[in-house]
Design a protein around this ligand. Sequence first.
Ligand SMILES: [Zn+2]
Ligand SMILES: [Zn+2]
Ligand SMILES: [Zn+2]
Length: 317
Amino acid sequence: MGELRKDYILDRWVIIASERSKRPHEFKSKSKKEKKGLCYFCPGNEDKTPPEKFCIDDKQGNWKIRVFDNKFPAEKLEGQFDIQTHNKYFTFSSSYGVHEIIVETPDHDKQLWDMSEEEFAEVLKVYDMRIRELEKLQHIKYVSIFKNHGEKAGTSLLHSHTQIIASNIINQNVAAEAEAVKRYESCPYCEIVDIEKTSDRRCFENDKFAAFCPYASRFNFEAWVLPKMHIKRLSDLDDNGYLQLADIFLRVLRKLKELNAPYNFFIHYSPKGEDLHLQIHITPRLSIRAGFEFSSDIIITIVPPEDAAGFYRDHEK
Ligand SMILES: [Zn+2]
Ligand SMILES: [Zn+2]
Ligand SMILES: [Zn+2]
């Protein structure tokens, strides 16, 4: 059983995931080759994944999007869900929650950036369905949705998939954002998107969404996609809203395809009882963090966001 642990004094958490543990020699890097026939996420290998929890099918019995638990979960609905402190400095619970995989397409070679707006909108709707489903579980406080694309972004699996971790605490970055917005009279993100959509950090814009490279970018070519209206969660979108989000999001991803960039993205929505503007953070992984960054959490970004935005705007459709 894994454990969720807090820093001695800071609001900074880790998961000690003993079930995923490796022996020291397994940390030695080795080259992996994935053969097409061996992919567990491909159609025909459904019996090799944990049981299916949800799927969207094409009405001929073939799945288009498929959801199941991660075979090597960082969190499980087992053990102690409440946070305890022992001896003043040791704050912990079990790593309590759910860790799911969403396989976004049956096509082994198709990545998100190859999808149509309609296909990607459907994936985004599944994200929201899983958030709503997992939020119903007792003791679950937040559902983190994120993608790892490429080895440098944390996955060696080629077959496109998104991960979900539903936890007994609110994701610490979301909690910090939800606190920070309270220092403003009205939603700062509403104002920020309004300013940035016409600044030299603007990337793309449609009726409902805008993408821009954030002023204090922590990653080279980092991009944020924000709704222009104050929307707190994906479920506040209608069908047209999902298509518009897919449109802007895909324009960012298609530019990353030109660089064949490894990337992560993650979705920050408002926790229950808070009033946080929906944000999608897209973080290409083109550089390696080093000592100063770990020491200070001050990131050295070598591509100015103003230049990165120029790259995104390069050939607007
Ligand atoms: Zn596959
Ligand atoms: Zn807002
Ligand atoms: Zn955020």
